[in-house]
Unconditional design. Structure first.
Lengths: 709, 328
């Protein structure tokens, strides 16, 4: 019977009835009951009928039906309004609100929104009806309805027609739109953001809100604690919102809040650049560039150097992608300045070309005149350039050149030749190894050599591998001494890692292999790659383990040679652990130099991993575990990632028996910490790493259990 | 746009040592193939057949010490070679023989190449650096009788002789010697009188090589600097700087003027061979083929000008053969 009731479209009649009743002051209990019945009909029916529910009552069918009924009722209301009759819409609003809060926004609004979009296009009565419809939704259901509309409206103008000035009138809606969606949630798509902010910008009353929203967004964006503690996804979301806001602002509005924009930009840039995640740094740069280009239309514009990627391109496209009417005054100016910027470097270049081309011409002419009697035609000699200066052949010569020489070409050639020279003359290197390491550590780029940093690093690695003990002693001691730049300290760490890797890798003798070039990149962009690197290591490890049981015959042993790292692992490792908690005047690992701390932690993780099968590994593991424990609540996610990598390399390197025998308690504590992290850490990578660590522990446990039985 | 520089016509490899000297012998009659002698660091003299581009014979006469000068005396059967074993050997290569017929011990420890000039049929004059530090000895060959020893005035600090060029204004006239010294000066000696006629300081560094055109009485010298210096000899037998030419890279190890006096070639420490027009020293080509210092350049004396070749020997153990400006 209910089915027939539905089929015959009685639902709309019922709703209409509800409206009428309310208009005439009907009994509220009855209303509530009716409301409940209508919205929960599918549940009631399916509960009653158990498995034999007719398809009409499936929620995905029922709610569109209900939506159609609502539309019909709205039609009736509009008719009656046109007829001059007053009429209440609140029952329908209640229905709508209740449906939405029950999570059926998609079904019901999927029917309502397109139709309403259509109807409100030209008809102001329908617009009024629509506004009333949303306004009359009770407070507690408002959020769901507004969100539903925001998500489903095809554009900000439609949204504006559908919602009217709801946000100005209704506190709850205002809260939802300006706070919740923007600042508390970050799962919405860019289109939703554009809808929402576009909607705010389309009316003068709402524009005030837009400005406020922008200020709040900037506040969040510029707060260092938010940068530190919120996940990068949210920060991306906020950045997008800021850029969209900016795109909607008009000249005078920007004028009015220029000072505030500037201050918050400065704040934000500072804490973003301070971050150890490159993504965040880049985000800060893009947003700051955009703000500065908005607030200084004529003056100099902030310009950062960063690598373009899809994300930055998307972000910047947000800034220009605005409704044409409000962009017209600002965009061309922007464009022009950008073009001028792009054209500027071109001009001198062409100038230069013509300048270099110019002297060649008369030269040739005069030559031709002088030698007009000479019938010999010269060949092209443009390739005849100065030859590169020969590099010194002895290491001591190199030292001399690097320390004292004024001859730039010679210096350049020396830097380029140094690595191969060191590798070819290990004995000669050993005589001066520490001195050489010192020079290299302090070596600054005198001229612009391509790949200078890598050249220097390779030379450093070569020195360290040739004479590991004294050089590692020197480098590790320098890491904690005064008067070094962060760059130098991080160089030390990189060099230690690369050298350890080289020493522990049996294939490395003779020619330096090509993966060498790959490794530095891991170190230079460790934030991106360390987790991958780590995972790769784990994957390899797991693979090798499984292979041992399953396919023994295809496991080819690589040519074995003594692990050169084993005897020196301790020299690399322990000195790095010694002084991390003793701040110097110029270097405070636990304070603001957390970037270096992050690198240090990652370095320790790699050293730990490379020390597998060495004698010192247990002692190293123990020390490392203590170190991790003291730092476990560090605020920087990069440091935490490093700590987690430490744990995993520890679990992989230290033999399981020793692990359990010597550090059971610590391990248990670590395990509970990991459990906590998996649930609560704001950083996605950290959570994943923690989970992987837990799995590793679990595997270890299983393996140990399997052995005695 | 000028043509790109040509590639070598042929490259001779296989000496397995750096090449220090080259000498063509291509003037023979038809059945005789043109040959190129090369002296290398391992003490061997290779005789290259330029038809087949293979080594005909390898001569070993300097005790595995570097050979740095090879000259023919008349035909290609009579050979003179100078090595770091402080000896100058005279070879008889006729009918496939490979024997040293005579040798001169110079006791000179430097790298100065000796210079030959033919006085009459079968009579040769040879200048070579001698045992005394600044001395040049002039001998007659094949008799090995000493003609004179040229010593600079007491107190003149010329240093060791670095390069020598014996020449005659015309056949039968007095032989003269041009010698480049360590201090960068070029000195003209009258060999018969044994006295210096003129001295010209044309370089700051040792003169590495020089060549002289007796028709125009003009010569050119190169040193370890970036400059080529052209000087002329006037009627009063005085040397004067005529012109200098700035090079891109420093260091010239050898200079040779082509027998037809049209072009000259320099062997550079920058691995490049440079070709200049001899008249005005107009730069003509830069041949960039070798991968190490070029030690020597030599022109062939083919009867047919079109066949004339330039050979360059380098530290990279290769000899490159070039065919350049043979049309005119």
């Amino acid at each position: 019977m209910l089915e027939r009731f539905l089929r015959e479209g009685r639902l709309s009649a019922l709703l209409w009835d509800g409206c009428q009743q309310q208009a005439h002051g009907g009994c509220p209990e009855l209303q509530d009951a009716l409301l409940n019945r209508i919205v929960c009909l599918p549940e009631h029916v399916s509960n009653k009928l158990q498995g034999e529910n007719p398809p009409v009552f499936f929620p995905q069918n029922y709610f569109p039906l209900l939506g159609a009924a609502v539309l019909e009722v709205l039609q009736m209301i509009s008719d009656s309004l046109r007829g001059g009759l007053d009429c209440s819409i609140s029952f329908v609003s209640h229905v709508l609100g209740k449906v939405c809060i029950h999570g059926r926004q998609k079904e019901i609004l999927g029917v309502l929104v397109p139709r309403l979009t259509e109807l409100t296009k030209s008809d102001c009565i329908w617009q009024r009806i629509c506004w009333r419809l949303v306004e009359c939704v009770p407070e507690r259901w408002m959020e769901a309805v507004v969100l539903g509309f925001v998500q489903r409206a095809p554009g900000s103008d439609v949204l504006s027609r559908l919602l009217g000035n709801l946000v100005v009138k209704n506190k709850k809606a205002q809260f939802v739109v300006t706070q919740k969606v923007l600042l508390l949630q970050y799962g919405h798509t860019t289109a939703v953001l554009q809808n929402l902010l576009g909607y705010l910008s389309l009316d003068s009353l709402r524009r005030a809100l837009l400005l406020r929203v922008l200020q709040e967004l900037l506040e969040t964006w510029g707060s260092s604690s938010a940068v530190k503690h919120s996940p990068p996804e949210q920060q991306l979301y906020i950045s997008k919102a800021i850029l969209i806001c900016l795109s909607h602002l008009k000249e005078p509005e920007i004028e009015s809040c220029r000072q505030e924009l500037l201050t918050s930009m400065m704040e934000g840039v500072k804490c973003h650049l301070d971050s150890s995640l490159p993504q965040l740094r880049r985000l800060g740069m893009v947003v700051a560039e955009s703000i500065s280009s908005k607030i200084n239309t004529e003056g100099p514009v902030l310009k950062f150097e960063y690598e373009e990627d899809d994300e930055t391109r998307e972000l910047r496209s947000l800034l220009v992608q605005t409704p044409p009417l409000c962009v017209v005054p600002s965009l061309p100016g922007d464009d022009r300045s950008e073009k001028a910027g792009a054209a500027l470097p071109l001009v001198p270049e062409s100038n230069k070309k013509s300048q270099t081309a110019a002297p060649v011409m008369p030269d040739e002419e005069s030559d031709a005149e002088l030698d007009s009697d000479d019938d010999l035609v010269p060949y092209d000699m443009s390739e005849d350039k100065e030859l590169k200066i020969k590099a010194p052949v002895y290491i001591r010569d190199c030292i001399e050149v690097l320390t004292g020489s004024e001859d730039v070409d010679k210096w350049e050639a020396t830097v380029k030749a140094l690595e191969s020279l060191i590798r070819r003359n290990p004995a000669a290197t050993r005589e001066v190894s520490v001195e050489l390491a010192k020079i290299l550590l302090h070596l600054e780029e005198k001229t612009c050599i391509e790949g200078f940093v890598e050249l220097r690093q390779r030379a450093q690695v070569a020195v360290l591998t040739t004479d590991p003990i004294p050089v590692s002693k020197y480098l590790t001691s320098q890491f904690y001494s005064l008067n070094y730049s962060l760059r130098q300290r991080m160089d030390i760490l990189d060099v230690l890692v690369l050298a350890a890797q080289e020493l522990s890798c049996p294939k490395f003798h003779g020619k330096p292999k090509h993966s060498d070039a790959q490794k530095p990149r891991i170190q230079l962009l460790p934030e991106n790659d360390s987790s991958k690197d780590w995972r790769r290591i784990v994957d390899e490890r797991i693979k090798s383990k499984t292979r041992r049981f399953a396919t023994r015959q295809c496991h080819v042993e690589p040519a074995s040679s003594p692990n050169q790292f084993s005897s020196v692992a301790g020299h690399f490792f322990f000195p790095l652990l010694q002084h991390f908690d003793r701040p110097l005047t110029t270097f405070d690992l636990l304070g603001e130099d957390h970037l270096v701390l992050g690198r240090l932690v990652h370095t320790l993780a790699v050293l730990m991993y490379l020390a597998v099968n060495t004698v010192a590994v247990t002692a190293m593991g123990k020390a490392l575990l203590e170190f991790v424990w003291t730092l476990r609540f560090h605020t920087d996610s990069y440091v935490r990632q490093g700590l987690l990598s430490c744990i995993s390399s520890l679990l992989l390197s230290v033999p399981a028996e020793l692990l359990l025998a010597d550090m059971t308690e610590e391990l248990l504590e670590t395990q509970s910490w990991l459990g906590d992290m998996v649930e609560k850490d704001p950083d996605g990578d950290c959570r994943r790493l923690a989970l992987q660590n837990l799995l590793l522990m679990e595997n270890l446990k299983k393996k140990l259990e399997a052995v005695p039985s | 746009m000028a043509l790109p520089p040509p590639d070598p016509q042929f490259v001779l490899r296989g000496t397995s040592a750096a090449i220090h000297t080259l000498h063509f012998s291509c003037g023979g009659q038809e059945p005789d193939p043109p040959v190129l002698f090369s002296g290398s660091e391992n003490g061997l003299i290779h005789v290259w057949n330029l038809k087949t581009h293979r080594v005909d014979t390898a001569l070993d006469g300097h005790g595995r010490k570097s050979v740095y000068c090879v000259e023919t005396m008349g035909g290609k059967d009579r050979l003179l070679s100078q090595g770091r074993d402080q000896r100058i050997c005279l070879w008889d290569l006729a009918e496939g023989r490979t024997s040293v017929t005579d040798s001169v011990c110079t006791e000179h420890v430097g790298f100065c190449r000796c210079s030959l000039v033919q006085l009459a049929q079968g009579r040769w004059l040879m200048a070579t650096a001698a045992k005394g530090l600044q001395e040049v000895q002039v001998l007659e060959l094949p008799s090995k009788t000493s003609v004179c020893t040229l010593k600079p005035e007491v107190g003149a600090k010329l240093g060791m002789p670095m390069c020598l060029k014996l020449w005659q204004l015309s056949c039968g006239s007095q032989p003269l010697l041009l010698a480049g010294y360590e201090d960068g000066s070029v000195v003209l000696w009258n060999v018969t009188m044994g006295k210096a006629l003129s001295q010209l300081i044309c370089h700051q560094e040792p003169v590495m090589s020089l060549d002289f055109d007796s028709e125009r009485t003009k010569g050119i010298s190169g040193s370890s600097e970036k400059v080529l210096c052209i000087w002329s000899l006037n009627e009063q037998q005085n040397l004067q700087v005529y012109k200098t030419h700035e090079l891109v890279n420093a260091g010239i190890s050898d200079i040779t003027i082509r027998p037809d006096k049209k072009i000259l070639a320099t062997a550079g420490w920058d691995h490049r061979i440079r070709i200049f027009g001899w008249k005005k020293l107009k730069p003509l080509a830069v041949l960039d083929y070798h991968t190490a210092t070029v030690h020597c350049v030599s022109f062939s004396e083919h009867r047919n000008p079109r066949e004339r070749l330039l050979a360059a020997g380098s530290k990279d153990q290769r000899i490159s053969l070039w065919s350049l400006y043979t049309q005119s």
